[in-house]
Write a protein that binds this ligand. Structure first.
Ligand SMILES: [Zn+2]
Length: 60
């Protein structure tokens, strides 16, 4: 059984115990230097608040 690592707490769990969540964060364009809001999709524990906590950790 393949395991997936939670992007927040680092726990490795089977896929059925995980969910995908989108994170918005401030980023900067490497070429123009302009700030913009970027997003990425990570895996998180489905039964814990890892997605919400990680989003809060990315807010400036
Ligand atoms: Zn987690």
């Amino acid at each position: 059984m393949e395991k997936i690592k939670c992007a927040y707490c680092g726990q490795e769990r089977p896929q059925e115990e995980m969910k995908q969540g989108e994170i918005m964060f401030r980023d900067r364009n490497r070429i123009t230097g302009k700030a913009f809001v970027n997003s990425k999709t990570n895996w998180y524990c489905a039964d814990k608040g890892c997605h919400g906590y990680d989003q809060m950790a990315h807010e400036g």
